[in-house]
Design a protein around this ligand. Structure first.
Ligand code: XMP
Length: 517
């Protein structure tokens, strides 16, 4: 396993994902991780992330000396390389020219790290690599024992190595896709240098998770709020495999789900897989709680509270249950750990059932706590869930409640559900669904004048939103083809009663959020 020490780079999670893609387990910890914890983790190698600081400044985050005494390979990336160089006796200084963006580095010598990895060969026989740089400082003098393994015009020491101690540093970012050979570099570090094998595979992950779930829950019953989203679906499939009928799922239909979603959840889990699922039809209760409320935050709060109310009422009928399962995934864990140490940048307040386990005095089962979203999806497929479910666009906890602007009413929910369904159906038919990250319709509580046949009409407006994004923190609106938008618009106006106009949202994030509320 590989330990990644985080110095606050926006790319740290990507490093962990790359290592995992290389089939090697990795964890991200804050740079000041206590020594006992490092020893207990027993890493086969350590990666030091980039970070926003300057390694030549006085007060900067430093790697604990222990890391260099463990006898395992260390790879420093960007700031990680600079602090390693500075701490081991080299010199770091501000570069004359800052480098941001693409650069070409020349590989020098025959380092273990870059061996046989290149995008091009230079006329004089050196390997050339197209890489992504983002730094203001550079290493100016090598620490003892190190030699140069890569250079650029602007940074003569763009890659350094001490092959005896197996310490490596690169000024560029191998973890981002712009560095074309980045994955191979990470793989060389994990496999050839650290000696890790490819054991982190979906079937091993599943086997380990099942053993852990069985050990944790014994003969007890476990309750899961199944939403139909990817994470809770994968938790359901995994727990079902681990403990069979001792898993009880509660699926709350709040009347704010997508077209056919409730039936699909029941078909997949209850009928197909034989999971115990209690479906609670709570549409009336949710609509009642939302009646007269148009403030977005108040709507979110009420939807969350009503969910808890309904869920607790169901749980009260199941007194034998001792555990509550949740679909927490690794990015949530890293973000909240980072939040505690003041490291993390953005924190989403989206989580839907926080506080529930304590209120209900249940232990918590979180089998996806160590997994990234792409790993969750892969094990979902391995567990036999339909690809359509596993690769479905994300859907917010409050559902259509935040896509009906203003007050939520049953009619508008039905109108929106149908319009959204037509949009998604057309996206799938045009093979555009998987090319966008998230797409949906929004119900606008305004009326506009139109003509239908020979008559004037005065009806509602539907907005379409489709975005492309990697991390959902920033997004660009999808440039869907005009003929496609034309078809969707025609279908919605013709097939959805009460809608006479369709608009397309061309706002990026920032400044817009992905959802409208
Ligand atoms: P925004 O609108 O903040 O959304 O740009 C970013 C991503 O988060 C989803 N989202 C939510 N997910 N509960 C959730 O589980 C929520 O309350 C919630 N609000 C937004 C949104 O759909 C997008 O994918």
């Amino acid at each position: 396993r590989i330990l990644i020490l985080d110095f606050g780079s926006q790319y740290t999670q990507l490093i962990a994902r790359r290592v995992r893609e290389a089939g090697v387990y990795s964890e991200v910890h804050p740079w000041e991780m206590p020594s006992e914890a490092v020893r207990a983790f027993a890493p086969s190698g350590v990666i030091l992330s980039g970070g926003p600081q300057s390694a030549h400044a006085q007060e900067t985050p430093r790697v604990a000396p222990l890391i260099f005494e463990l006898g395992v390979p260390v790879l420093g990336i960007c700031y990680g390389m600079q602090t390693m160089a500075a701490q081991l006796g080299g010199r770091v200084a501000p570069a004359q020219q800052h480098e941001y963006g693409y650069a070409q580095v020349r590989a020098r010598g025959h380092s273990q790290l870059l061996r046989e990895i290149e995008d091009h060969t230079s006329p004089d026989g050196y390997g050339l690599l197209d890489v992504w740089m983002s730094h203001g400082d550079r290493v100016e003098a090598l620490p003892e024992g190190f030699s140069v393994i890569a250079e650029t015009d602007n940074a003569p020491l763009a890659g350094i190595a001490d092959e005896t101690r197996r310490f490596y540093g690169v000024q560029f970012h191998p973890e981002v896709t712009h560095t074309h050979q980045g994955q191979r570099i990470i793989e060389r570090f994990c496999h050839a240098i650290c000696g890790c094998r490819r054991l982190w595979t979906p079937s091993n992950i599943i086997d380990d998770a099942i053993t852990a779930i069985q050990a944790q829950t014994g003969d007890d019953e476990v309750l899961l709020g199944l939403s139909g989203g990817v994470d809770s679906s994968v938790v359901a499939a995994l727990l079902h495999r681990a403990i069979g009928d001792r898993l009880i799922c509660v699926f709350v239909d709040n009347g704010l789900l997508r077209h056919g979603e409730g039936d699909q959840v029941m078909a997949t889990f209850a009928r197909h897989m034989g999971v115990r699922v209690l479906r609670v039809d709570a549409e009336a209760q949710f609509l009642d709680r939302l009646s007269g409320v148009s403030d977005p935050e108040e709507k979110r709060k009420r939807i969350g509270n009503t969910f808890i109310e309904v869920f607790e009422a169901e749980a009260a009928k199941l007194p034998g249950v001792q555990w509550l399962a949740q679909g927490t995934i690794y990015p949530d864990v890293i973000e909240s750990a980072g939040a505690k140490t003041g490291q993390a940048k953005v924190i989403k307040s989206h989580h839907n059932v926080g506080g529930l386990p304590e209120r209900m005095r249940l232990g918590l089962v979180e089998p996806l706590r160590e997994l990234f979203k792409d790993e969750v999806r892969r094990i979902g497929i391995e567990l036999g869930l339909p690809a359509e479910m596993v690769y479905r666009h994300p859907f917010p906890g409050p559902g259509l409640g935040v896509r009906i602007l203003g007050e939520v009413q049953k009619d508008s929910a039905d109108t929106l559900r149908l319009a959204d369904h037509l949009f998604i159906e057309e996206l799938r038919a045009a093979e555009l669904y998987d090319q966008v990250s998230q797409a949906f319709a929004v119900f606008l509580p305004v009326r506009s004048v139109g003509v239908v046949g020979d008559n004037r009409c005065y009806e509602h407006v539907i907005a379409l939103r489709a975005v492309e994004t990697i991390d959902f923190m920033t997004a660009r609106w999808a440039h869907l083809p005009y003929p496609f938008l034309d078809r969707v618009s025609t279908r919605i106006v013709n097939e959805v009663p009460g809608v006479s106009r369709v608009v397309y949202d061309i706002t990026g994030k920032p400044p817009g959020t992905i959802e409208w509320e």
